[in-house]
Design a protein around this ligand. Structure first.
Ligand code: PLP
Length: 399
């Protein structure tokens, strides 16, 4: 018992030594760049909605930053995932593999395609999909028929695999690419949390056929609400733009639509915010990496808990800092959450695993015992840029 009290009080002290004793949110946005200037420009021009140059600029800036050939800005990350799955060829009645350890948006996007989520294991080292366990599972339960991966149990085609880069840490992409190739499955990345994260020097979200980003208020940069589809395929990018803009055939005054499209286009006013936010990425990443190293030093002598670190060959954006309790200290999880939140350090457990959610209870899944254990030991702690830099200066205005 004395040991347990120790772990909790040492954790509290470690966090206090980094962020001070003021109340600390989990992840607050920072607007220290040209946000006001660009928003004013939007309002003055009256182009606030579906037309305006900030959308084009934000897409070009995103492509340049990520190295993707094309970026299509949309209303949120869920919409980006939905359209990415449709364009990856996911059909009604298909199965889509995704980690049980993710935010509900990944599962919902699969459901919007009338497809069925099929939940898979995660690994402790990257918090991403466990590629060895998945390969063994697919070898057992699937067979290739007509160049498609068929689930022998359900008879359905397993069309796509959607790895998610948890808290910004890149998953094991080399292994997943090989696996997708061997089993004839399309790779679509949920890179909603990993803008600014690189795997072997290449930006996450650019490895699959398509990748989805999110700019929700709690992500590393925000457009209020927003998302983007990344792809290197010009044809897919064109179709993404078309589908997300009501499938309207371009014409000066005529309203012709060639399929059931979606009103998923990002408004100009959100894109204006995005342009200003993206300019600050280098400072954001630098500060978040510094926050990690400060926490790492503070936790070095705390026994029974570790701070999650970027996997080898990766450069992570450290979007959310995560503590992982050792297995023999897992019982402290609940007490830690209470103590940290009571002290004003906003902390939270990882999402309820997908296969435990009411709408997804009966979906197919592999044995998820290790991710169930892992999930019960994770705690996210205050991670925002403002924690180290409470009053960030305006970014130097360069033209
Ligand atoms: C944030 C997030 C999304 C997308 O969320 P939106 O709120 O729709 O932008 C998707 N997947 C994961 C894992 C996320 O964290």
């Amino acid at each position: 018992m004395a040991l347990n009290t120790n772990l909790v009080s040492q954790t509290l002290a470690a966090i206090a030594s980094v962020v001070g004793d003021r109340p600390s949110p989990l992840h607050a946005p920072v607007f220290a760049g040209r946000e006001w200037e660009y928003l004013k420009e939007c309002l003055d021009s009256k182009y606030v909605s579906s037309v305006g140059h900030f959308v084009d600029r934000f897409e070009a800036d995103l492509a340049a930053y990520t190295g993707a050939k094309h970026a299509v800005a949309v209303v949120n990350g869920t919409a980006a995932l939905h359209i990415s799955l449709l364009l990856a060829g996911v059909l009604e009645g298909d199965e889509v593999l995704l980690p049980a350890l993710t935010f509900v948006a990944t599962s919902n996007a699969v459901s919007y395609c009338n497809a069925i989520p099929h939940f898979i294991e995660s690994e402790e080292s990257s918090l991403g999909v466990n590629p060895q366990a998945l390969r063994e599972y697919l070898q057992r339960c699937c067979e290739i028929q007509n160049n498609q991966c068929v689930n022998k149990v359900t008879g359905r085609v397993i069309r796509a695999l959607v790895p998610m880069h948890t808290f910004g840490h890149p998953g094991p992409l080399d292994e997943l690419i090989a696996l997708a190739h061997d089993f004839k499955i399309v790779l679509v990345e949920d890179a909603a949390e990993s803008l600014g994260s690189f795997y072997r020097g290449k930006h996450t979200g650019t490895f699959g056929k398509l990748g989805a980003l999110s700019f929700n208020g709690n992500k590393i940069i925000t457009t209020g609400g927003g998302g983007a589809i990344l792809t290197n395929d010009a044809g897919l990018a064109r179709r993404a733009k078309h589908l997300t803009t009501t499938a309207k055939i371009a014409h000066v005054w005529r309203y012709d639509h060639d399929s059931v499209g979606y009103n998923y286009r990002m408004p100009n006013i959100n894109a204006a915010l995005g342009c200003a936010q993206l300019e600050q990425m280098p400072q954001f990443i630098e500060t978040k990496r510094k926050l990690f190293s400060d926490y790492e030093s503070a936790f070095v002598n705390v026994i029974g808990i570790r701070l999650h670190k970027e996997p080898v060959h990766c450069k992570s954006n450290y979007w959310l800092q995560a503590l992982v309790l050792d297995e023999d200290h897992a019982a402290q999880h609940e007490l830690l959450l209470h103590t940290l939140n009571d002290a004003g350090y906003m902390s939270r457990p990882v999402w309820t695993l997908m296969h435990l959610l009411e709408p997804y209870k009966s979906c197919p899944r592999m044995n998820l015992s290790s991710v169930e254990g892992l999930a019960s030991r994770i705690i996210n702690i205050p991670s925002g840029v403002e924690l180290l830099d409470p009053s960030p200066k305006l970014v130097a205005q360069v033209n």
